[in-house]
Design a protein around this ligand. Structure first.
Ligand SMILES: [Zn+2]
Length: 140
């Protein structure tokens, strides 16, 4: 199922429609974990709770597919991103006002990529080449 989610996000990040086969993969996962809804109240607030009818991996797959489906249907799918750290590639939801978030976590992947760019520039300077500035360096 992870592959279906990734391919859907890859399409969305380039403003393309999701492949029907990937949506069908998510729908298969949803059908593997039937559930019912229940109204609960706490502190005078009401909420709908999803109660699974089964246990096991199929229920977990259905929960993941449900969570991703809620992002697709209740949020802005165009804000889904894939982390630009090639060693991470995590999928995240960009909540920044100008939709400029490039990494899943700026303190982890963002800093790691800064260090890598810095070291690449140092290495290029040592061998006498002139480093090519990346567009991302100019933004920051
Ligand atoms: Zn990341």
């Amino acid at each position: 199922m992870r592959g279906h989610i990734r391919r859907i996000v890859e399409k969305l990040t380039v403003s393309e429609s999701a492949d029907p086969a990937n949506l069908e993969g998510l729908n298969r996962a949803l059908s593997g974990g039937p559930m019912y809804l229940r109204i609960a109240e706490s502190d005078s607030d009401f909420r709908l709770e999803s109660i699974p009818l089964q246990a096991g991996w199929s229920r977990i797959g259905a929960a993941v597919a449900t969570s991703f489906g809620r992002i697709l249907t209740d949020c802005e799918p165009s804000r889904l991103r894939i982390c630009e750290n090639s060693d991470c590639l995590a999928i995240y939801y960009d909540e920044t006002r100008n939709r400029s978030k490039r990494f899943c976590d700026d303190k982890v992947c963002g800093n790691l990529m800064k260090v890598r760019r810095f070291r690449a520039r140092q290495k290029a300077a040592k061998i006498g080449g002139s480093p090519t500035p990346e567009s991302s360096d100019m933004i920051q």
